[in-house]
Ligand binder design. Structure first.
Ligand SMILES: [Zn+2]
Ligand SMILES: [Zn+2]
Length: 317
């Protein structure tokens, strides 16, 4: 099969990659669309030390199992379901887990991917592939309200106007009235304004130490220090960004202002599919470009260019 493979920070197209061998609880999914995410770009820079087939945002058709022949999306954490963490209800934190396209498990930038059957969700017919491919990042945005009780009158700042920042803004604005997205790119902020969400430039005079919640989606190491200047005392910073490498930060403000820091990763697929089905979250304006899988290396380069939001890979085009 065809696949986009990361090996020692080098991304290559492999036209003769062996087809994946499904584990005992896994089924093969024929991928139709996959999305390039900031995490893929960080993996290429060395985050997680991953090697193998990249890609964890996808939609496809199950080739076997109870959903054979149906369109599916797949949760990315492959848990053991036997350890104490899994049994306590936290399979996404299973210490024995693999993660599709991120940790010890080949991903979705390929014609075929092996996915645990229990990770699969059937895609409602009304959701086209171009929309369903956003299920994973939309679920990640829904992890914020899954972790925090957000009140309608909370003042929320969403730092970052990129792929994930846009989706988080839409999810947060569906819950709270006062959401401000702060970014660096007028065109990306324009997309968010068009959805009825307030925006500001990072260079603007922003209300300091005033936000109840700051969500950090910048993908940059300067995001957390900036968030600290915006959050109010006793407020909460939600960290969605994963940045390769080690950052340094003056931690004292967390103590002095009693700021809560919440790490936030993968979220509920059922809520994401429901939101996409009912048009609660608009994803198609984010699609900046699309490439055939055979040109996947170019797709990854395109996704790294300034101003580019979601780049899709099409397997069948
Ligand atoms: Zn991702
Ligand atoms: Zn486990």
């Amino acid at each position: 099969m065809r696949a986009i493979v990361l090996q020692q920070s080098d991304v290559q197209f492999d036209s003769v990659r062996p087809t994946p061998t499904p584990g005992p609880d896994e089924v093969i999914v024929r991928v139709t669309r996959a999305g390039v995410c900031e995490t893929d770009l960080q993996l290429i820079k060395g985050y997680m030390g991953f090697h193998g087939v990249l890609g964890h945002e996808f939609v496809g058709v199950a080739e076997s199992g109870p959903y054979a022949g149906r369109r599916v999306v797949g949760e990315i954490n492959c848990a053991c379901w036997m350890c104490a963490t899994c049994r306590s209800g936290l399979p996404t934190h299973c210490p024995n887990r693999t993660v599709l396209g991120i940790l010890n498990h080949d991903g979705a930038f390929a014609d075929l991917i092996a996915v645990p059957q229990r990770n699969l969700h059937v895609v409602p017919d009304s959701i086209p592939d171009d929309v369903a491919v956003f299920t994973e990042p939309v679920a990640a945005a829904f992890q914020i309200p899954a972790q925090l009780a957000i009140r309608k009158n909370d003042r929320i700042i969403d730092l970052g106007d990129g792929r994930l920042g846009n989706l988080c803004a839409q999810v947060l604005a569906s819950i709270a009235d006062d959401v401000l997205v702060v970014g660096k790119h007028p065109e990306k902020l324009g997309l968010i304004e068009a959805l009825g969400v307030k925006t500001a430039m990072l260079s603007d005079d922003l209300p300091r130490r005033a936000a109840d919640i700051v969500v950090e989606c910048t993908g940059s190491e300067s995001g957390l220090p900036t968030a600290l200047t915006l959050v109010r005392p006793r407020g909460t910073i939600v960290l969605k960004t994963t940045v390769a490498g080690t950052q340094t930060l003056a931690w004292a403000p967390f103590v002095i202002d009693e700021v809560t820091l919440v790490g936030s990763r993968c979220g509920p697929f059922d809520r994401a599919l429901e939101a996409l089905e009912h048009g609660l979250v608009e994803v198609q304006p984010l699609i900046a470009d699309r490439f055939n899988l055979s040109n996947g290396v170019m797709a990854l380069q395109r996704a790294q260019q300034k101003g580019v939001l979601k780049v899709l890979l099409e397997m069948d085009a």
